[in-house]
Design a protein around this ligand. Structure first.
Ligand code: ATP
Ligand code: MG
Length: 395
């Protein structure tokens, strides 16, 4: 339909429930949406009645790209392209005949549903639905109406600024707006689980920053670049990300020299947590995020997790803890990190893996191993290697 002006409608999810805080959540949401639209052309973004409107300002604005980007902003439950028409029934029916067929694609059954928030519009919702349904059938005579289980729903919304027609909304990212929950630091390895963990906490409103531990020469430059690539892929959902990198080389060498092999992994994980807590304090993060799933490997038993957590006082978020590997992989494919995660580079955790790691460690015994080390000096030295990178998928 040549003269149809397209706009994007993004429907709010949970923030509708936020009562007095709603204005704050809404402003975060709109700010994040505007950031994601960079590079898509000129748009006007405004919100009304639990919906954000994304309106192209000229013919160069890429509406399809903007739609894809809007789908990744946490806080919206659905997004859709819609045709904006004058609030006159003739114009609405014209759009139903000319715009809706291409938007419906190959579906066989549909129903039309009208919603009229502008009560001055002369026809009532059921009347509008019937007329619009008829107009769609005129244009697509093979289509059948099915009011109970239609493959598509053609919606007409008569709102204050105009009438909007679309052929059914797509599911968006869900969750609550980025930044509404404060900042958290993700311990990011090159595996499958931690990128998923970061995505999940961003979905609950965290600003996610990452920390990666390398162990050159035991780990390679490519292994680090793989992690940067993972972080970049996660930014599709989290927004641009700061990634801290710390070297654990000295610590690992010292563990091999001074401690019993069966405790290596646990001791290393406790160093990671303490160093992460320092980075968090420096950068204002209020929690740590890791990717463990209960019972997945020796260091992910309840006892091992308790020993790991005892090293720090910050809350540790583990959103994958109750998920099967299969479920984690499904999310990792959905967010686009899986193919990078399975590239075969070593991680520092796998470098000096004990043959028989302790699966039911006792904290006192771990502390006895740590007593052989100058923890503070080792940590200070590692912390001195801290450096930062910024990653962004769209730059
Ligand atoms: P992943 O798939 O995320 O690598 P995993 O199942 O391999 O997890 P572990 O190797 O036991 O599990 O690591 C547990 C968690 O510790 C990871 O999910 C991650 O949050 C953190 N972690 C492990 N290695 C590193 C690393 N080199 N840098 C930063 N964090 C790490
Ligand atoms: Mg791993």
């Amino acid at each position: 339909m040549k003269d149809c002006k397209e706009i994007i409608l993004c429907k709010y999810g949970e923030i509708v429930l936020k009562g007095l805080n709603r204005g704050y959540f809404e402003s975060l949401l709109i700010k994040e949406l505007q950031k994601r639209l960079k590079g898509c052309g000129a748009f006007r973004v405004y919100s009304e009645q639990s919906t954000a409107y994304v309106e192209p300002l000229d013919g160069d604005a890429d509406v399809d790209l903007a739609l894809e980007r809007a789908k990744t902003v946490f806080g919206f439950v659905t997004v859709t392209k819609a045709c904006v028409v004058e609030k006159k029934i003739e114009a609405i029916l014209d759009a139903a005949r000319n715009y809706i067929p291409q938007a419906l694609g190959g579906v066989r059954t549909f129903k039309a549903e009208a919603k009229r928030s502008d009560k001055t519009f002369p026809l009532k919702s059921p009347e509008i639905s019937a007329l619009v349904g008829g107009a769609v059938l005129e244009a697509m005579p093979k289509l059948k109406v099915d009011v109970n289980a239609p493959e598509a729903v053609v919606r007409v919304e008569i709102r204050e600024f105009g009438a909007y027609l679309h052929a059914g909304a797509e599911k968006a990212a869900g969750g609550i707006p980025t930044g509404s929950a404060g900042k958290a630091l993700l311990l990011l390895s090159g595996g499958i689980d931690s990128p998923v963990a970061g995505y999940m906490m961003a979905k609950r409103g965290c600003v996610v920053e990452a920390l990666h531990f390398e162990s050159i020469p035991y780990t390679s430059e490519q292994a680090k670049e793989k992690v940067m690539q993972l972080a970049r892929e996660v930014t599709v959902y989290t927004g641009d990300m700061k990634v801290a990198v710390i070297s654990l080389t000295k610590i690992q060498e010292e563990l091999v020299r001074s401690c019993e092999e069966e405790y290596f992994t646990l001791l290393l994980r406790r160093f990671m947590m303490r160093l992460a807590q320092r980075v968090a304090a420096r950068d204002g993060a209020l929690a740590l995020i890791t990717g463990e799933s209960l019972g997945q490997v020796a260091s992910q038993t309840m006892q091992a997790l308790a020993v790991t957590d005892a090293a720090v006082s910050l809350p540790v978020f583990r959103p994958c803890i109750g998920m099967d590997k299969e479920e984690i992989i499904r999310i990792s494919r959905k967010i686009g990190t899986f193919d990078t995660s399975i590239l075969p580079y070593e991680d520092c955790c796998t470098v000096f893996t004990p043959k028989h790691p302790k699966t039911r460690p006792e904290l006192e015994k771990v502390l006895a191993q740590e007593a052989k080390l100058d923890i503070k000096a080792l940590e200070d030295e590692a912390f001195d290697t801290l450096n930062y990178r910024w990653v962004s998928y769209y730059k």
